[in-house]
Design a protein around this ligand. Sequence first.
Ligand SMILES: [Zn+2]
Length: 318
Amino acid sequence: MSRGIGDRCLRVKTATIGGRNRRYRVTVPEILEVETYRKQAEKLLGRRVADVIADDDLYLKGSTNPETLCRALVGRRVAAVRRRGKLLLLDFEDPPATSGVAIRASESNGEDSSPVEAHSQTESEGVTLGIHFGMTGRLVVDGDVSIDRLLYTSGEHRPEYARFALLFEGGGELVVSDPRRLGRVELDPDESVLGPDAMELTREELVEALDDSRAALKSRLLDQSRIAGLGNLLVDDILWRAGLDPHRHAGSLEPGEIDRLLAAIRDSLDELGERGGSHTSELHAERHQGGHCPLDGAELRRDVIGGRTTYWCPLHQH
Ligand SMILES: [Zn+2]
């Protein structure tokens, strides 16, 4: 039964890589965008994978390759859709018990049941697909680009930007569309390299993330191994709300400042999520030369901290 699985996987060549097309606007999917992808992907729950289209080797991370993807995913149902930081995770249920019985029954034929078969079934448990969206990745489920409200892109889903796809039995598909091709797909990603998720961050976890570090506060909040999910725009918005100078040493915050920072993280994620994404911050509109603080009118400063462009207000951020 499993012999045909590899044959069923499509190998379609990507026609064009969209690197020269500049019509899209660069928007990095942050935690709010990926949370929207997660909700969108929930409609896939219970569907069984019929085919995997993974012909773009560059898009496959680490040891993941088209063959391992096909073998791991074809025939399995989506059991859960999760998110950790900016990483979208699809858990697949074990193959139905009935097919295992059928395999054993058909292969036994009076012989001893094969220990190899039993072993391979044990090994194949708990398959998870991780999707990293990079700078411009979008999720398209059943042709629905519901992220358009969040990402101020042209709204088109161009077939030439499709880097990876799952096709489901009975129709429907999950497509990762990515003009700049910087996202990645990975089997069983190592989730332990990511810190606690920013949307569920506790005060204790924030204190632990800041540690006694002399790293810049901004850099520390961007470090995905400390807190998973915060990107450049969100961190600038959070520090602006909290009134904290992004250059401060992460370990220098007083207890009251840590309280303010945690409240700002929660407020920023709640409000910008409600409004439609990290680019909806009042601060975002002022991210340009001569931009002013929406709170007090002071001219914003533009610095590069940890390699990232940072806008902040020297009047109220200390
Ligand atoms: Zn200000």
